[in-house]
Every structure is written in structure tokens, then in C-alpha cells.
Design a protein around this ligand. Sequence first.
Ligand code: F0G
Length: 379
Amino acid sequence: MSEARPAVVPERPAGPAPTVGAAADIADRAERRGVIARYAALLPITPATPALTLDEGDTPLIHAPRLADWVGVAELWVKFEGTNPTGSFKDRGMVVAVARAVEAGTRTLLCASTGNTAASAAAYAARAGVQAVVLLPGGRVAGAKIAQALAYGARAIAVDGGFDAALDAARALAADYPVALVNSVNPHRIAGQATAAYEICDALGGAPDVLALPVGNGGNITAYWAGFRRYRALGRTTALPSILGGQAAGAAPLVLGHPVAQPETIASAIRIGRPASWDSAVEAARESGGEFRAVADAAILDAYRAIATREGIFCEPSSAAGVAALRASVAAGRVGRASRAVCVCTGHGLKDPQFAPQLGADAPLVAPSAQALAAALGL
Ligand code: F0G
């Protein structure tokens, strides 16, 4: 493992030494609300950082034995990030990025997004009293995510191109104009998202053997790896997990080893051909002894169905890519069947329900009588 590269999570610039390590700290943490209050000592904040929160983080880690059977591992837990305030993991990092931007005097936040970053940026901008501008790949974003961004009062602009082009445009705009870019190229986003790794270690008493998650722009896999390493450095876990990144087969640049010009998949949140955090994502998979795995859309939908019907967890299709990848890696002998695994389900199913009818049969229209119902049910 090369430790020579600079840490992905910036050190806290000033203020008292971290209090982690004290036994009382975990109990205190449960009393505090939101990522900034709970993890102040592990975040790049200053005494002047506003105490922004929508009570993000502290999401459930759900024991999933029936999904474990389907995947083929001994023990499986689902970290369900869909319970965050805007329904995705983005809120963990967004709260830190927006707080720091507001601290620096920014009045306008900017992001390119396949939808979830936009919803999150819009919510935290509203909460902080600043404006969000969100650039969305034209015609390619789940309607509920656009509705969220607009509901929170963001200015939404459809860009004539995919996510990669939209992010290029956002970066160019932010370089020349007084707007704060809150995509995951912003290190405050990564530092905030790393808190999910801390929560998993605290809940399990250490890191799992393998952590599987969907990968699009590469920010979240970077954040998890940074988080696990940070926790190990603090003595909070002795082990580190192998990190398994699931990519949709039609949008799998990190599996192929080169950018994909026209990424295509039903998993619109991860329809990305040129991940901005390419190097750090590759480093996370390599250093951790993990891998990237491409999964066909049909396998993503199979996993989507299994997560919902076997455990009662409704995530968006993109979120299922990590579970699909884990199942494929077990079948390929790359992940041992005795493993204790955590799958991150990154976003809520209600955000992108277009494929939900495929989870089961349609609801037939039946007369409102016991007789008709009994006939329809074959009773
Ligand atoms: N899962 C969901 C539900 C997402 O929305 C994203 C990314 C990912 C996984 C992948 O995370 O990009 O850090 O590798 N969504 C971004 C967005 C691109 O704009 O909302 P990543």
C-alpha cells in the first residue's frame, strides 16, 4: 500500500486536537445531530464553520440474511443511505461543502449532476440561505430528482450533453466566476462522505471484510477508503475492507481502463463515462485488494428486485449495482463465501421509480367485493 500520496481527507486546519479515542466520545456522538456536530473532530471545519444540518447521516445498517443467501456470502449488511434528508448519501458531504462555502462568503453554489447531487445541493443551499445552480444532463435525469431540486428553489439548467460534459462546463464556470463548485471534486464533500465508513465501523465493531458500492464519478469510493484508513490510523478498526466498485456495463470506464464516450445504462445516477476522481477511485480498489466489476443492466435490475423483495429495502436502480457486483464477484471466486460484507445502497427507490413495475406484477383492477378479491387471489 502506498502511503506516500497526500491524504484525501484534509487535516483539520486549526482548533483543539481530535477527541476521538475517548470512550465517552461515541456516547456523546449519539446525542449530537448531523454530520458536522457528530464528527467535528474528523472534518475539515473551523471554529467559524456554520452549524449547518438537516440531521443527515446516522443511517441504518440493516442485517440482511436473505439477501446474503442470494448474494452468496455468510453475512451481509445494507448501509441504507436512502434515509438521508434528501434521500441519498450526497447529504453527508454536501453539508460540509455548503457550510465551508458559506463560511467563505459564497452566495452561489454550482454543481453538475445526474440528479442526487443536485437535490442535495439545492436542499442545503435553501437551508443556508444561498442560491444553488444545478446543471443536469438534458432529458437524462430521473424526474423526482429534478422535482426535488426545483422544490428546494434551485435554478436548474438542462445541459445539451451528458454528465461528463456538464461537469466540464461547471468546472470551467467555477474557475472564472464567483460560484462555489460542490461536486465531489470538492474535498469537503469527500471528507463528509467518509463519515459513513466511521458509522459502519462503529456499528460492527470494526471494518467488514468487503464493502461493495456503485461507482460513477468515483467520489464515494474515494471517501470510503479515506474513511476506513483514517479510522484505522485512529485505532478504531484494526482491519480494512476490500472495496468492490460496481459499474454498469454500458458505463464502466474504471473496469475498461479508459473513458467511455457515450455511457449508457438504465442506472441513470451512474451514467458517467469519465469519472472526475479516477485516480483516487483506482487507488481505493487497488490498495484495498478490491476491484471494479461491470454488471449488465439486467443484473442490476435482478439485484434491485432482490434487495426490495428479500429485505424490504427500496433503493434506486443505481444503488443496486454494488449488490449485483458483489454477487458476480462471489460467483467468480473473487470474494470468499465466508465473508462479512457491507453493501452501500446509496439512494432511495422513490427517487427513480421508473423501473419499479419490474419488481413485480402490475396491480389488476378488481371489483371491491370479497368474492371478486378471492377470485383474483386464487383463494
Ligand atoms: N449512487 C447514486 C444513487 C448516485 O447518485 C451516485 C452519483 C453514485 C451512486 C455514484 O457515486 O459518483 O461518488 O461514484 N451521483 C452523482 C450525482 C454523480 O450527480 O448525483 P460517485
